[in-house]
Design a protein around this ligand. Structure first.
Ligand code: ADP
Length: 467
């Protein structure tokens, strides 16, 4: 049977991870501790064997050859409690057992290696015995007198005590480590749950927020920690989304309103014409009026399309655009537009500058400015175009001597569907989208579009594009 678990929660994963890490660390520490303990136990054992052997060699025990009981008493006096768990054995220089000091049931043996070492005045430590539970640590030490090997003394001690100390240590570890890890895992799970609870709450709060309800916010806990920052970031995003939605709604409403006006006029015209039989001339007039409204609708539709395209981001057809021919081309159109208005259109400065971008979009932006300048400049005024380059920027300006814009309206005119009263009064038929489109295009090219103007004295629109 295959058990299928769903994706593990962060909480569970965190707990598993650090439990595993803790287990690893504890295991490594235990292995090291065990080896160190083993080493130091053996070291102690060897040191104590050496002390005893040295004591034996230094005293006359070896040379006394007394009987067992007397020697035993002497040794007990010499070594004190050290004697109880040790065995002793003496050999002569040939390695034959000589006078038993304190033996255990089975005789201590002299290995060939120990004997060879002894002949060279070298001590030998060995672990002997076949049965692990009865291993003996054995020191074989030569006694030299007058520069010659006189005797060999052996001191032995069972390893059992050290072994059982080690085993107890191991048993303790085997019980304590899983216990410790289990405790840590439980504690960790609680900490992880507490730490992550706000995330769950945040997710719940975020789920409740829908597109219609973008004004709601995720509440901050005021701790200023990562989760508060996350909540702030989400709230910021919600605010931007909400603003974008509101803007979208406003735009749709404005657009619908703009569409409704000419349609209503059209409908009114048609209804009036149909109400009674009229002379042909009246029909012609009604149709001409209708045509005007239809043209207005077409212009509006085109402008809307243009606006949505230019705000959709960088145009696809980007390439080097030479601004000089572009300016001259727009100038030509301007001259034609100004025909019959007694507004003179001129070009002031022209420097050849090339920028990267979409040539037709840039032409549209400049043309909108020129159209406005001609539209809002009374007869006898003039419109001047110029192209210069300034500090890494191409600068296009359109200056007029027209009606100007009041300071309070200067930012507003770039908004969609905004037409100032002065413009409405003139019935010039603008859609109020021209400047929005121009600015959207310039911004999409990484540039800026600004206006400087004084009511009654004229305006100066400046496009700055990075080269
Ligand atoms: P419109 O289609 O009405 O021209 P725009 O977005 O191009 O719409 O312009 C918005 C408003 O800004 C205009 O209605 C007009 O009131 C004002 N405006 C634009 N250009 C000028 C200018 N050169 N001189 C005076 N007012 C201007």
């Amino acid at each position: 049977m295959i058990l299928h678990f769903g994706p593990l929660s962060i909480r569970t994963r965190l707990t598993l991870w650090y439990s595993a890490i803790l287990l690893g660390i504890l295991t490594v520490i235990s292995v090291l501790g065990y080896s160190a303990l083993r080493w130091s136990l053996l070291q102690d054992l060897d040191a104590s064997l050496l002390t005893v052997a040295q004591a034996l060699a230094d005293t006359s025990v070896a040379s006394r050859r007394p009987d067992d009981l007397e020697t035993e008493a002497f040794l007990r006096e010499l070594l004190g409690p050290e004697i109880y768990d040790k065995f002793f054995q003496l050999f002569d220089r040939e390695g034959h057992p000589e006078g038993t000091l304190r033996r255990r049931s089975q005789a201590l043996t002299l290995s060939p290696l120990a004997q060879r070492n002894a002949a060279q005045n070298v001590r030998t430590f060995e672990t002997i015995g076949t049965d692990p539970s009865r291993h003996i640590r054995l020191l074989t030490m030569p006694i030299f007198r007058g520069g010659e090997l006189a005797q060999i003394v052996q001191v032995g001690m069972p390893l059992q005590r050290a072994r059982s100390a080690l085993r107890r240590y191991l048993e303790t570890l085997v019980i304590l480590i899983p216990f410790g890890v289990a405790l840590a895992a439980a504690g960790g799970a609680i900490i992880a749950r507490t730490a992550l609870r706000p995330v769950d709450e945040m997710a719940l709060a975020a789920r409740r927020i829908t597109a219609e309800d973008l004004e709601r916010r995720i509440s901050l806990r005021g701790t200023g920690d990562e989760l508060d920052r996350l909540a702030e970031t989400l709230n910021g995003m919600l605010a931007r989304l909400s603003a974008a939605f509101a803007e979208q709604r406003r735009f749709t409403a404005d657009a619908a309103h703009e569409l409704r006006t000419p349609l209503t006029a059209l409908k009114g015209g048609i209804e009036v014409s149909l109400r009674a039989n009229r002379p042909a001339e009246d029909y012609r007039k009604a149709l001409a009026g209708g045509l005007e409204e239809v043209e207005r609708l077409i212009r509006l539709a085109e402008d809307l399309l243009l606006l949505s395209r230019s705000t959709a981001g960088p145009e696809t057809s980007r390439g080097p655009v030479e601004l000089e021919p572009l300016l001259l081309d727009v100038f030509d159109v301007g001259v034609r537009l100004a025909q019959g208005t007694r507004v003179s259109v001129r070009v002031n400065d022209v420097t050849p500058v090339t920028v990267r971008g979409d040539v037709s979009a840039l032409r549209r932006a400049l043309l909108n400015l020129v159209e406005n300048a001609i539209k809002y400049t009374p007869a006898g005024g003039k419109v001047e175009l110029s192209l210069t380059s300034d500090d890494g920027f191409a600068v296009l300006t359109v200056q007029d001597t027209g009606i100007g814009i009041a300071t309070t309206d200067q930012e507003r005119i770039f908004e969609r569907f905004v037409r100032l009263d002065a413009a409405r009064a003139r019935e010039t038929g603008g859609t109020g989208l021209g400047l929005s489109i121009a600015r959207a295009i310039v911004v999409a090219h990484g540039g800026t579009l600004e206006v400087k103007s004084e009511a009654g004295a004229g305006s100066r629109f400046t496009i700055r594009l990075p080269r």
